[in-house]
Design a protein. Structure first.
Length: 350
């Protein structure tokens, strides 16, 4: 994986399997492999975008990183400490370093609490400040996210979706965290409000030196905010590349198909662009296919794909792909540097 002296976040072999119970005696009959061996680094001040279709495990990765779920296996080192092995008391002390902005601002805010009480809740839990100091901090946070101080005594239902998301961001910033997981923070917002929230996140990152894991379905918005992008499929990372390199020339067949669905703003280019249409349905994470988890839908599948599971490996400087098309000893596929490396946004796989 990408190596550096001291990445702020280092995830290695992360797995999150949820048990399946069946029968009258509720015996364990299997497990859902929501996250199955994910590894990546996030540098200080960087934004890593995490994209993929619904159900691929993006949100589970974000929640497991912050130990909202106890991981099945793997390590999550944040600011020098392995979150996965911390005791409950040590984890509580670590919480101010890492925070989360949730997807649905309506569901993530307590409707019985005022704006000031919501933002001050982390301060109540982790500081011994008096009421005056807490209120001053609440007003400071409201200023940072663009909320009027006169709204401090209002309740969440009195705000718009964008304003509610700003409240969630202010709450996440209350303890001066270093790392924030943004779990689809713009998915529930109107398009006009999405740009405001993303611009706010970028501005806060520049002023406060924040590090983001930005989870989203919106590939165009990820292209705007992310420095590097990880593409997930069925609980695993298919490709991890710098933003511009990924969007201009995706390497993994799934990344190529995913990015071919992004509309072009230029009408002339849009009219000549052709989608890569994947056949079949996504396999169940409770029973993933043998070998590559994308082999049942891949337009370039060959025999080895159905037997051996590809490992995420560096195929170009800074670009990591889990695909046998880029293996040195592959047989039956295209080698790196030939057709497999060509842009495929002109292909139409029927």
């Amino acid at each position: 994986m990408p190596t550096a002296e001291n990445p702020l976040v280092r995830v290695q072999g992360l797995k999150m399997h949820f048990p399946i119970y069946a029968g009258l005696l509720r015996r364990r009959a299997g497990e859902v492999k929501a996250v199955d061996g994910v590894s990546f680094d996030i540098m200080q001040g960087e934004t890593l975008g995490l994209v993929g279709e619904s159900g691929c495990g993006k949100s589970t990765v974000g929640r497991t990183l912050l130990r909202l779920y106890d991981p099945t296996a793997g390590s999550v080192v944040i600011d020098g400490e392995d979150i996965a092995t911390l005791s409950p008391e040590a984890l509580r002390k670590k919480r101010p370093t890492m925070q989360m902005v949730f997807q649905d601002p309506q569901a993530s805010l307590n409707p019985r609490m005022t704006l000031a009480t919501i933002i001050a809740e982390p301060l109540d839990e982790h500081t011994d400040w008096n009421a005056e100091k807490k209120l001053a901090r609440v007003h400071e946070l409201m200023d940072q996210v663009g909320l009027n101080r006169a709204f401090a005594s209002r309740y969440p239902h009195e705000f718009s979706g964008g304003q509610r998301q700003r409240i969630g961001i202010a709450r996440a910033l209350a303890l001066n965290p270093k790392f924030i997981v943004c779990d689809e923070p713009i998915a529930a917002l109107d398009v006009s409000i999405q740009a405001q929230v993303v611009n706010l996140l970028e501005d806060l990152q520049d002023r406060l030196g924040l590090t983001y894991l930005f989870i989203s379905h919106d590939l165009s918005m990820v292209r705007h905010i992310a420095d590097r992008v990880a593409v997930m499929y069925l609980g695993q990372i298919a490709e991890l590349s710098p933003r511009d390199a990924l969007y201009s020339r995706p390497l993994h067949p799934y990344a190529q198909a995913l990015l071919s669905a992004v509309p072009e703003p230029d009408p002339a280019r849009e009219s000549s662009r052709k989608r890569i249409i994947l056949q079949g349905d996504v396999p169940s994470p409770a029973n993933p296919p043998q070998g590559c988890n994308f082999c049942t839908r891949c337009p370039r599948v060959f025999d080895r794909c159905r037997i051996d599971e590809p490992q995420l490996a560096e195929v170009e400087p800074g670009r990591f792909v889990a695909c046998h098309l880029y293996s040195d000893n592959q047989t039956g596929g295209q080698t790196a540097g030939t057709e497999a490396n060509e842009p495929t946004n002109k292909e139409n796989v029927q």
